[in-house]
Design a binder for this molecule. Structure first.
Ligand SMILES: [Zn+2]
Length: 127
């Protein structure tokens, strides 16, 4: 069976046995923690994550942008549900040292929240 990882137009619910990051605005599932390559990137509003894949997003129009590391072709990404801008996708990098970022995504840390599945301490189970 082939697994397609296309950007879809309907909401995908991620496997909640894995650690997930969701949209801070509407809680749509976006990223598996395993797909985060680096947490030391700089976004427009501060710290940002570099991720290999993000679910439930809409891709904006391609544009050239001058970033700290040179000219890149990027496309803004936003939450498919609430349209909150999350960051951008690197489409093309001019500098060969930046090529590793192509087809990856920058997600602003402020725009996402880590899902917590822990059970509250006052919860108990009866037999
Ligand atoms: Zn959202």
């Amino acid at each position: 069976m082939t697994v397609y990882r296309n950007i879809t137009t309907h909401l995908n619910y991620l496997d909640d046995r894995r650690t997930i990051y969701s949209c801070a605005h509407c809680n749509t599932h976006l990223i598996y923690q395993d797909d985060i390559i680096s947490k030391a990137f700089q976004g427009q509003t501060g710290r940002a994550y570099l991720v290999v894949w993000i679910n439930n997003i809409k891709l904006g129009v391609k544009e050239k942008r001058m970033l700290i590391t040179g000219i890149h072709t990027i496309a803004e990404i936003s939450c498919i549900h609430c349209h909150n801008k999350l960051g951008w996708k690197y489409i093309h990098a001019v500098e060969s040292s930046q090529k590793f970022k192509e087809d990856k995504f920058i997600v602003e840390k402020q725009k996402i929240v880590k899902e917590t599945t822990s059970i509250p301490s006052n919860t108990y189970y009866e037999d």
